[in-house]
Design a protein around this ligand. Structure first.
Ligand SMILES: O=C(O)CCC(=O)C(=O)O
Length: 311
């Protein structure tokens, strides 16, 4: 719902301070509504790190030509996915070659980049880490995957990231053009409480670089994206690498954008490709006004809260 808010303006140009009151349209929950163009790059990723980086940089520039202002890359855009690879491909952030390539691409193209994830080493630990770069090439924030992907589905898939990786310990969001965007990495998508906290913090969009597989991908990828979008009434974007059937871990692909009504707005198949989508936070306001569940929660009966620090 929109409400009229009065803002006190103090002009620095006049000797005697001039005060004037103006009215602005503010949304009750998220601030001024805003619109921006996002690109999701479903990249082909292989064993050759230099080639992966060159491809990411080329596609960032192509996305800029299509008017993208914020460009998102997939989980492990610079390395194949698999516990056997993490150590060899890991870099310190922000001083490794992958950070350097993305910093430079963001600056040269003049776009913000959510650099999917890369294996990060710090001291003796490895993390699955998402970095965000602004259009001047500054590192805006870092999110280390909070929930490690440890599952065992007999006849389907067994994976144990925790054999090699350490989990992050915080929840991360950043502000782009006045829109707060929450970050998660792949398995993080399964954890509703994390998403709910980002929503409570004022996020209008959640962005997850991810790489589901051929067992859980068809079952849960789109379902989870739509569930998060519908429950929290915000935009959700998932960015996967393209499928490589010869890889040890075969990614599901199907990068997508879901709107705050829970509707899939754009979706790729398993091949390399790009989604270009205009994100309008007015839709967030609409659905939250028309189905006002955010105001109807029984926080006298239940709640979701932080138990530790925020990033
Ligand atoms: O949750 C899943 O089914 C897949 C998760 C995954 O592939 C990951 O966290 O990297």
């Amino acid at each position: 719902m929109l409400s009229r808010v009065q803002v006190l303006l103090i002009s620095p140009l006049k000797q005697s301070v001039t005060k004037s009151l103006i009215s602005l349209n503010f949304s009750t929950s998220e601030g001024l509504s805003a619109c921006f163009r996002i690109a999701l790059l479903q990249l082909q990723v292989g064993l050759d790190k230099a080639q992966n980086l060159a491809n990411a940089v080329k596609e960032i520039h192509k996305a800029k030509e299509k008017g993208a202002e914020l460009v998102a890359l997939p989980e492990f855009f610079n390395a194949p996915y698999g516990t056997q690879y993490f150590k060899d491909y890991a870099e310190e952030i922000p001083c490794g070659p992958s950070s350097a390539a993305i910093k430079c691409a963001a600056l040269e193209a003049g776009v913000w980049v959510v650099a999917g994830t890369m294996p990060e080493c710090q001291r003796d630990k490895l993390y699955n880490t998402c970095t965000v770069w602004d259009s001047k090439g500054n590192l805006v924030c870092v999110h280390r995957k909070l929930h490690l992907f440890d599952i065992d589905i007999p006849g389907g898939i067994k994976f144990k990231e925790s054999d090699v990786l350490t989990a992050g310990d915080g929840i991360t969001s950043f502000c782009f053009k006045g829109v707060k965007i929450g970050l998660g990495v792949c398995y993080d998508l399964r954890f509703f409480e994390m998403a709910q906290l980002m929503s409570k913090d004022g996020c209008s969009m959640l962005l997850y670089p991810g790489a589901f597989n051929l067992t859980t991908g068809p079952l849960h990828w789109e379902l989870l994206a739509r569930a998060r979008a519908n429950d929290l009434q915000l935009w959700v974007a998932l960015v996967s690498p393209a499928r490589d059937v010869k890889a040890k871990y075969v990614a599901w692909g199907h990068s997508l954008v879901v709107n705050p009504w829970g509707k899939v707005m754009q979706k790729l198949d398993e091949r390399p490709g790009t989604i270009i989508m205009d994100i309008d936070t007015k839709v967030v306001e609409q659905v939250r006004t028309q189905i006002p569940i955010r105001k109807q929660r029984r926080t006298d009966v239940y709640d979701t809260i932080y138990t530790t620090k925020k990033n």
